[in-house]
Design a protein around this ligand. Structure first.
Ligand code: PLP
Length: 289
């Protein structure tokens, strides 16, 4: 895999970027990030990713982030990486800090990496045996403190899957380790609300907007409407499931807990609509209420 690395305004060789060992992102995971799809030398949905980066930084209390600086980094990485880039990752940490959870008041560290990572073409999921804490201080924040997701994805991989679906502390369906989740049942599609503790996924938001515009019945569920047990209806064929993320788009699950699944007809329509609209509108503007 070839990569392009940009740190605090300067392009670097992939193995020589010199981030401090005292950077709080490295020592305690005090950072936020974005992962964007890229094609034709351009990132997808840059405006929305920058808005969410700003939201995540604000929620974390990371100050001094200059979004124009980040945008320039993304543009420079895309120009350097060219057509081969499929993924752009922006990582922002709170900068150098002490060897504790306290912050040092440094300027943020900003890193942009472009890579030609292979596409994730299908999704095999398992149910994770752990919970997402919807009342965590960082619930819904795209923080670099992703150790829980790392452990849950490793669990999924051990079981021959590539995603784990997680319940929140109430036992309600929440999200995957790196995706949001959609359920098709009773002639409509529903996705858990942000109150479930899930990330406000860019793909989730666009699928909701573009799906509704296309007349596909898709909505956010009421809190608690989607129990984790809805996945029993998925394995018995009474309901269907899909995941969404920047690197996957919207994908119907092909398997859950080792059982092969059929694709939901409405979810298939929604996935097609998402794929078409994302080509037509590669940088959708801010969310319209
Ligand atoms: C925990 C989690 N939920 C949902 C998503 C999907 O978000 P997006 O559509 O913005 O990629 C991600 C993406 O990595 C994620 O890490």
């Amino acid at each position: 895999m070839s990569v392009v690395v940009w740190v605090n305004g300067v392009l670097h060789p992939a193995d020589g970027h010199g981030i401090s060992p005292l950077d709080h992102g490295f020592t305690v995971g005090d950072g936020v990030f974005e992962t964007m799809a890229a094609s034709g030398g351009a990132p997808f949905a840059l405006q929305r990713h920058l808005m969410r980066l700003d939201y995540s930084a604000t929620r974390m209390g990371i100050t001094g982030l200059d979004l124009d600086h980040v945008r320039r980094g993304v543009e420079e990485v895309c120009a350097t990486g060219g057509d081969g880039l499929t993924r752009v990752r922006v990582t922002v940490s709170s900068g150098g800090g002490p060897l504790s959870s306290a912050r040092g008041g440094a300027a943020p560290t900003v890193v942009v990496v472009g890579a030609d990572a292979p596409a994730q073409t299908e999704c095999r999921a398992v149910r994770a045996p752990w919970k997402r804490n919807e009342r965590s201080a960082v619930a819904g924040v795209k923080t670099t403190s992703y150790a829980e997701n790392v452990v849950m994805l490793a669990y999924a991989r051990e079981k021959g899957a590539d995603e784990a679906l997680i319940a929140n502390t109430h036992g309600h369906l929440c999200e995957g380790t790196a995706s949001n989740v959609f359920i098709e049942r009773h002639g409509e599609i529903v996705t858990p609300p942000l109150a479930s503790g899930c990330l406000p996924g860019i793909t989730r938001g666009l699928a909701l907007e573009w799906g509704a515009q296309a007349g596909i019945p898709v909505r956010v569920s009421a809190p608690g409407e989607l129990e984790m047990s809805v996945l029993d209806a998925v394995t018995s064929g009474e309901a269907f499931a899909a995941v969404s993320s920047s690197t996957r788009g919207l994908q119907c699950l092909v398997a859950l807990d080792g059982l092969d699944l059929a694709a939901g007809p409405l979810l298939t329509d929604l996935a097609r609509e998402y794929a078409t609209r994302s080509l037509q509108d590669p940088d959708p503007g801010p969310i319209r209420d």
